[in-house]
Design a protein around this ligand. Structure first.
Ligand code: ATP
Length: 445
């Protein structure tokens, strides 16, 4: 008995030791397992945090790679990810190419007309001499110039580009530079050297409409009623082309008499696209800093900055009033009730004193029928409800058509057709039936 007791206690001790070792090994295995699990989780959390922070794009190569390492299990999935990665790389390359082409736009030759050197323009304008100055506008001095090939041009020497970012200016001018229409002043080229920026236009040889309407022309104006209507129709055609014949459409933003140039045959040419805005077909309007000239700017554009082609229609309406009356849109030299042309005009029509609206410098006044037609067009153009203003194509049709339907003649139609509102002046004129459909774009050319 005494011999077996120490042997027993030894084997008990051994058993305890083995048990302890097994427990320790188990703990170590468990610990290792736990640590591995935590590392995996931490990694996923880190990626999720990076993703949600917005510091990298939602679909990025990095996320794809992690997906490949952590989640992709089958070969087909791996293949898919590889294809995606390839696409991503390709897209990246395309984007890089696009970035490069944006830089290329900085090249002075911007893809339309001709790029003139400063030397060429200097020679053409006889060193920008005083004698060659045609006039000065808000954007710089305009010079008459004769190019080496003998063609006469007008060179607008831009003061600076602060009013409009240079890139934006170039993009707009690039679009307009490609436009060719007999009622739009053609832009023949561009000069960009150092800080100098110049636009080279075709020269229009008979001044501008403002000069002919408000300048000293003697007891009677050479602008007869028919010539005035011809100018109005030409202007409307130029604008219709900008609004309805181009994509993206162009909103001029500064329609006024000094921007309507005239040739010797009284053909109108719309000029000065420095403020023009492009409007893609998907857009109903753009919101911009309000630009334009006091007295011509549409009220909704002035108050909200929301611009679309109907703002030009409003300005055209004011221009038409100016053509009829020979009065400026705002004239502080007149009695208070007559200072604002639009207000005075509406009051006169409402009180049936339409004949008194006609410019006294027109020697042979228009027929009451012609006058009435044009007055109504004016009022439609300045409708406070933007959508009720006619399109320029419709205006051309109304100006050209002698049998524009009048209230008395079309009383029966009145109930069927929409009625435009004119603020305080209530004039009920039905839209000419199916007018829009009858207008072909080719007619504006
Ligand atoms: N292509 C051209 N041919 C002949 N004269 C031109 C031509 N372009 C502009 N002019 C004349 O140059 C002068 C200045 O024109 P510009 O368009 O710069 O200014 P504006 O329209 O008078 O004023 P603002 O720039 O403030 O609107 C005007 O008298 C205009 O008639």
């Amino acid at each position: 008995m005494t011999d077996s007791t120490p042997t027993l206690s030894l084997s008990v001790k051994l058993l305890v030791l083995v048990a302890i070792l097994v427990v320790i090994a188990l703990v170590i295995v468990l610990l290792l397992f736990f640590l591995c699990f935590r590392r995996g989780n931490n990694r996923k959390q880190m990626l999720a945090a990076k993703h949600s922070s917005g510091t990298i794009p939602l679909v990025s190569k990095e996320i794809m790679v992690v997906k490949a390492l952590d989640e992709v299990t089958t070969r087909s999935e791996i293949d898919e990810v590889e294809v995606d990665l390839k696409k991503e790389v390709e897209i990246g390359a395309v984007r890089k190419k696009e970035e490069v082409s944006v830089v290329v736009v900085e090249d002075p030759n911007i893809g339309w007309g001709r790029w003139y050197t400063l030397k060429e323009v200097e020679i053409a304008t006889r060193g920008f001499s005083e004698g060659n100055v045609i006039g000065e506008g808000g954007y710089g001095v305009v010079y008459r110039g004769v190019l080496q090939d003998g063609s006469v041009v007008a060179v607008k020497n831009l003061l600076n580009n602060k009013g409009q970012a240079e890139k934006e200016f170039k993009v707009e001018v690039e679009a307009i530079g490609k436009v060719r229409h007999k009622n739009l002043v053609g832009l023949v080229g561009y000069c960009a050297e150092g800080a100098r920026r110049m636009l080279v236009y075709e020269y229009v040889d008979n001044g501008n409409l403002e000069q002919w309407l408000h300048g000293d022309v003697g007891p009677f104006s050479p602008l007869t009623w028919d010539i005035r209507m011809r100018i109005a129709i030409g202007t409307a055609k130029g604008l219709a082309y900008l609004h309805e014949g181009l994509e993206p459409k162009v909103v001029h933003r500064d329609i006024k008499s000094s921007n309507i140039l005239l040739d010797k045959n009284w053909n109108a040419k719309v000029s000065d696209f420095g403020l023009a805005k492009l409007l893609g077909s998907e857009k109903t309007h753009v919101t911009t800093r309000v630009m334009g000239t006091f007295g011509y700017v549409a009220p909704e554009y002035a108050s909200t900055g929301m611009l679309n082609e109907r703002s030009d229609v409003y300005s055209f309406g004011v221009l038409l009033m100016e053509i009829i009356t020979g009065r400026s849109p705002v004239d502080y030299s007149r009695p208070p009730a007559e200072m604002n042309l639009v207000d005075w005009f509406k009051t006169m029509v409402a009180s049936r004193r339409s004949e008194e609206l006609v410019d006294p410098l027109i020697e042979i006044p228009p027929s009451p029928r012609s006058l009435k037609r044009v007055l109504l067009i004016c009022l439609r153009c300045i409708d406070l409800d933007v959508v009720k203003r006619p399109k320029m194509g419709q205006i051309i049709h109304m100006l050209e058509t002698d049998d524009f339907p009048f209230r008395s003649e079309l009383r029966t139609m009145r109930d069927k057709d929409p009625v435009p509102s004119h603020g305080d002046v209530s004039i009920k004129v039905p839209y000419p039936p199916k007018l829009a459909e009858t207008i072909e774009k080719s007619k504006w050319r």
